[in-house]
Ligand binder design. Structure first.
Ligand SMILES: [Zn+2]
Length: 60
């Protein structure tokens, strides 16, 4: 265990609608993986596909 935790990372999931191309960024949820069917697109109501999962590091 480190005493000082200076970096924190947040994992994000990008969902992309295959119909209209709308991209939605949200925080990663357990069970997410690339090419998993995501939530319904807010624009055209087609099921979006998870295309990217990545972590952003931030200094506290
Ligand atoms: Zn769409």
């Amino acid at each position: 265990m480190r005493k000082e935790e200076k970096e924190k990372h947040v994992v994000y999931t990008i969902e992309e609608c295959q119909q209209c191309g709308l991209k939605t960024k949200r925080t990663f949820k357990l069970g997410d993986f690339v090419y998993k069917v995501g939530e319904l697109c807010s624009k055209c109501k087609t099921a979006a596909l998870i295309t990217t999962i990545y972590a952003e590091y931030m200094k506290i």
